[in-house]
Design a protein around this ligand. Structure first.
Ligand code: PEP
Length: 250
């Protein structure tokens, strides 16, 4: 998208121990240089590593974020973490509504919106994940699902600065299967139109990432599709070499 800064984001999911901090260190070093003037890089490690990860990247343009947050700022919610806690660890982004959260924890579109609002209240940028399941795709419901998820999960206060959309077809996550460039183009153009209709200029400039089996080998093609403003990467973000290879397609 013209005058939009791409974002290459990694989601480590429930992977990573202190040993993996060497990868964060290598990423923090690898994203320095001329490319960082035009492309943003973000890693979302598990919450246990968040604070150390931000400490390791203080002198780097690499940004660190959380993978989920509770919709409340604090309280009696054993095991959850709040957007405030992520901000307190110097995280600047948080993923909300990932399909694994929607499935494993029965998160609804409305809950995802509440989480995005909590992220904004803590001055975090929310990465709101949307995407159809295999069944919905087979029933030709992809655009309908995207419309519903965007309408119900993106808060009215969303701006191009505080919100990123990640299109992740559920059937493409962790499977090695990706949609064709044409399918990605159609989905992203549709989301761009929806976001612009809802949010005007902010929607026109809001970053829309593609996620689902992005690898060094397919990143160039996927990232060159119109209205694809970066990637959300799962498996291939665990190793600095893979993550940096994807970052460098820009
Ligand atoms: C993800 O879960 O956000 C993801 C895109 O995973 P993978 O890259 O492993 O498909």
């Amino acid at each position: 998208t013209p005058d939009v800064r791409p974002l290459v984001a990694g989601n480590w999911k429930m992977n990573g121990t202190r040993e993996s901090l060497t990868e964060i260190k290598a990423m923090a070093e690898g994203v320095q240089g001329a490319l960082s003037e035009k492309v943003d890089a973000l890693i979302c490690p598990p919450a246990t590593l968040l604070y150390v990860a931000t400490a390791l990247s203080t002198d780097s343009p690499l940004m660190i974020g959380g993978q989920d947050c509770h919709q409340d700022a604090s309280g009696a919610h054993t095991g959850d973490i709040s957007a405030e806690m992520i901000a307190d660890c110097f995280g600047t982004y948080v993923i909300v509504g990932h399909s694994e959260r929607r499935t494993d924890h029965a998160e609804t579109d409305h809950l995802v919106r509440a989480k995005a609002q909590a992220a904004h209240a803590a001055d975090l940028t929310a990465i709101i994940c949307v995407g159809e399941t295999a069944g919905e795709r087979d029933a030709y419901q992809t655009l309908e699902v995207l419309k519903r998820q965007i309408f119900n999960s993106v808060p009215e206060t969303a701006t191009a600065a505080n919100t990123v959309i990640a299109y992740e077809p559920v059937w493409a996550i962790g499977t090695g299967v990706t949609p064709t460039a044409d399918d990605v183009e159609i989905a992203h153009a549709f989301m761009r139109a929806e976001l612009t209709a809802c949010l005007g200029e902010e929607g026109r400039r809001m970053r829309i990432l593609y996620g689902g089996s992005v690898k060094p080998g397919n990143a160039r093609e996927l990232m060159s599709v119109e209205n694809v403003d970066g990637a959300l990467i799962g498996g291939a973000s665990l190793k600095a070499n893979d993550f940096l290879a994807i970052y460098r397609v820009y």
